[in-house]
Design a protein around this ligand. Sequence first.
Ligand code: AMP
Length: 318
Amino acid sequence: MKTNLVIDAEETFFDYEQVARVLDYPREARLPVQEPTTITITSVAEMQQWSRLQKAAGRRIAFVPTMGFLHQGHLSLLEEGRENADLLVLSIFVNPTQFGVGEDYEDYPRDLAADTALAEKAGVNVIFAPSASQMYPAGYASRVDVEGITDLLCGASRPGHFKGVTTVVSKLFNIVQPDLAYFGTKDFQQLAVIRRMVLDLNMPVEIVGMPIVREADGLAMSSRNSYLTFEERRQALVLSKAIAQSRQMVAQGVFDSEKILAEVKAQIENCHKARIDYLKICHQLSLQEQDQVDQDSVLLLAVYIGKTRLIDNGFLLA
Ligand code: AMP
């Protein structure tokens, strides 16, 4: 029979093995608590097994899904996850099903060695880095689809994109079995779609949205910023400036969306390397366009800078 064990922090010669034998603890529970070390798992079955064991031991898992090439934005999600759960899992998977034909799947930046070093520093317990064939083996035929809000904005420009996202995130949730999962508001629509999916499909995970992390000059951090040439990097500031400009107009009493969007559009079009994909003022929850700005209004934009498609967003009144 197990009895309560009081561990004296001052006791330097504490024999964990002996106490564990007496109390009949499993071997892993006999070891002193150690600094977290990062392991990398590439197999779906092993990841699932690891999570099952941890959860059976009553540990809470925080999860940050990414496509890797980590930057400070990803690290802010990891930091929050580290603080709010017992264990932290990071997935690195460039998901082929969320890229359209002619998009940058092949070119997407990858650097597992650098990501591993950053993950270690961030206190990640497990990096889950499966291959595409692990995630989509021969015969794979299922998709998860959220209707409605996936037809707008990025969904309109990138048909099928969100079906790829919801499918892979559902799979990752089933594999990692997290209690908490962290997403950036940088991908504002993606976060709304994931929240909808989790609610609709009763997934037992809490979704946490995190603020956009920006470079000192305002550019939202993104793995895709690495595509930009020196001149493009300079012109990429049109996105964050568009948000600042529209906020300023609202602060001066302009609430008419059409008026705001016309001025911002003209400003963006002044940059010869910038081409607007979409520029809209939408309600933060429905993502429907709004004629008048209110507390729920978000400016959402996608702009090509040269060949690189960048997105950004910001609340206009909050
Ligand atoms: P990605 O690797 O681009 O798929 O992004 C993985 C997660 O990091 C997503 O939830 C993103 O929204 C989030 N993320 C990406 N960039 C940023 C950023 N600049 N600030 C905060 N979160 C971000």
